[in-house]
Design a protein around this ligand. Structure first.
Ligand code: UDP
Length: 259
C-alpha cells in the first residue's frame, strides 16, 4: 500500500494529503509543547480527546453559521478537513486576564475584563509569535481589511457561543486562540475557521474551584493534564458513561494515584 503524502508536521498535528482534491487529513498527536517549543512532552491520549472535542465544537459552530474547515472525523485521531490557505495570524480572544496579557500589562490573573479583547499575533516561530496591531496586518498585507472584519466578527460569534457552551457545564472560558484560512472557490477566497478548538488552545477554568482544565497544567507543571482534558470531554458529553472515572478534583485524584 502506498503511504499517503505528508504535507506538514506541526507541534501537535500532522497534515496529510486527503482522498479528494481540496481536502486534507488532520492527525492529532499526543505531543505537547509550550513556550515556543522550549518545553516538550506528551500527554497520553490528548490527540484522541482533542480530535473529538474539536469535532464537537466545529460541528456546533457550523450549525450557528460559522464556516469551518471541518468535514468529518475519520477515526480516533484523524479528521477530514478542507484545504485552506492559512492566514499567518493567531487570533486570541480574552474574557479574563491570564497568561501573556497578565505578564505584559501587569493585570492580575483572573481579573474579569470589562470587555472582550481580540489580539493578533504573527504566526512565526522564529520570531516567537509576536503581538501585532491591525496596522502591521494592513501594512505587510497579511490579510485584507475585509478579511480582518470577517475574522473579528467570527471571533466574537465563536466567543459568545463558546462562553455559553462552557458556562452550561461549569467552565469559565478565560481565553482561546483561533486560526483562519482562505478557502479558494474559483478566483474568490472566503475566510473560514481552521485549525482546532481544544484545551490545547483555550484556558478553561472550573467555575466552582477555579481549577485549570487546559494546557496550563502542562505549561506550569501542575500535573493531571490527561485527566483535565478528559474532564472537559466528559462534561461536553463526549465520554461514554463508565469509560472514564469522572475526575472533579484533579489534585486529590493525582494524590490517590500516587503521581
Ligand atoms: N495560545 C495558543 N497558541 C499559542 C499561543 C497562545 O493556543 O501559540 C492560546 C493559549 O492556550 C491561551 C490563549 O491563546 O488560551 C492566550 O495565550 P497567551 O497569549 O496568554 O500566551 P501564553 O501565556 O499561553 O504563552
Amino acid at each position: 500500500m502506498s503511504r499517503r503524502r505528508q504535507i506538514y508536521e506541526g507541534k501537535a498535528k500532522i497534515l496529510y494529503e486527503g482522498p479528494e482534491p481540496g481536502t486534507l487529513i488532520q492527525y492529532f498527536k499526543d505531543d505537547a509543547t509550550a513556550f515556543n517549543a522550549q518545553k516538550k512532552g506528551t500527554i497520553n491520549g490528548k490527540g484522541v480527546l482533542n480530535n473529538r472535542i474539536s469535532e464537537h465544537i466545529f460541528t456546533l459552530l457550523s450549525t450557528i453559521g460559522v464556516p469551518t474547515h471541518f468535514i468529518r472525523r475519520l477515526n480516533m485521531r484523524e479528521q477530514l478537513i478542507r484545504q485552506v490557505e492559512i492566514i499567518p495570524i493567531e487570533v486570541v480572544v480574552r474574557n479574563v486576564a491570564a497568561g501573556s496579557i497578565s505578564t505584559r500589562l501587569g493585570i492580575e490573573e483572573g481579573t474579569q475584563l470589562p470587555r472582550t479583547i481580540i489580539e493578533y499575533y504573527l504566526k512565526d516561530d522564529a520570531l516567537g509569535d509576536p503581538l501585532i496591531a491591525d496596522e502591521h496586518i494592513a501594512c505587510f498585507g497579511w490579510a485584507s481589511q475585509e478579511e480582518m472584519n470577517d475574522i473579528a466578527d467570527m471571533a466574537i460569534r465563536v466567543n459568545d457561543f463558546l462562553c455559553g457552551l462552557f458556562a452550561a457545564i461549569g467552565i469559565r472560558l478565560v481565553d482561546f486562540k483561533l486560526e483562519f484560512g482562505r478557502l479558494w472557490e474559483n478566483d474568490f477566497a472566503r475566510v473560514i475557521l481552521a485549525d482546532e478548538i481544544s484545551p490545547d488552545g483555550c484556558r478553561l477554568w472550573d467555575m466552582a474551584s477555579g481549577e485549570k482544565l487546559d494546557k496550563d497544567r502542562f505549561r506550569r507543571d501542575l500535573g493531571g493534564e490527561a485527566e483535565a482534558y478528559q474532564e472537559v470531554a466528559r462534561r461536553l458529553g463526549l465520554m461514554p458513561e463508565g469509560e472514564a472515572t469522572p475526575v472533579l478534583d484533579l489534585d486529590s485524584h493525582r494524590k490517590k494515584r500516587g503521581k
